[in-house]
Write a protein that binds this ligand. Sequence first.
Ligand code: ADP
Ligand code: MG
Length: 288
Amino acid sequence: ASDSQAPTEARLRRKYEVEEAVLGKGHFGTVRACRLKSDPNQMFAVKTIVKATVERPELIRSEVSIMIKLRHPNIVRVHEILNEKGSLHIITELCTGGELLRRILDKAQTPEKRFSERSAAIVLRQILEAVHYCHSRKPPIAHRDLKPENVLFKDETETTLKVIDFGLSKLVGDVRMDSFVGTPGYMAPEVISRGYTLKADVWSIGVIAYILFCGFPPFTGTSEYRLLQMIRDGTVRFPSPDWDTVSEEAKDFVRHLLHKNESKRYSTRSALAHVFFKKAWSPTEEDK
Ligand code: ADP
Ligand code: MG
């Protein structure tokens, strides 16, 4: 790595005490926790983007200005942006509850291997609310990289979820596949074949929903090529025995999110209105 790849952080360190421990790693580098020097009780997360590593630096300003405007209880709040010579620091609300991905992997180790439909509903509703808010803006904003690594629990109570990484996906050109954005396993068929629409985000939520309900992903392949082929050609299957105990409402919900045909695929609004959510909230036998 050359010197230009090392983050400049003089301005950041003047205002914040930055913790050494890395909270997470992404396309742009590391995310760390930091504390406001003037009020050490206030903690944040700082994502440092080394400008030299961004493929389309001219997009940073517009993308970041979009992020600042987003205000929703299920979207990580951007506190401030610090711009310095070689880096851009995005200071956001700190989430200490960990990634949804970790929770999915933990669940896979338990005998039931998956989320209960009620817990899945709690998770899916919050993701859909966040994405619905962005899709309803003028002009609409797509996330384009929805996956369980980009959904965090606000704190240890594991009740509130925050979607991170909104809008920033446009800044990265995927190194493997030129025009592709996102992570292959969560990518919609139309993203593979051409452009994408807001409905591509709904597809990604469908993939997350599928995994929550059964504990494994809907599309897998022995190579990335095979995986992409599966997504393009395959239909969603609900294999026995894992899906036998999943409700019809949950299956119907997933089917509508993972509809091949974009125009028939649910919008975030219709997904939120699906009977699956009403069923999941109704009292179960155990509650009676
Ligand atoms: P990238 O755009 O490069 O994927 P992300 O914003 O997704 O970067 O951050 C990478 C990882 O850092 C996340 O998956 C998460 O584990 C951690 N992280 C990001 N933002 C926060 C935050 N606000 N609070 C706690 N951890 C975070
Ligand atoms: Mg990310």
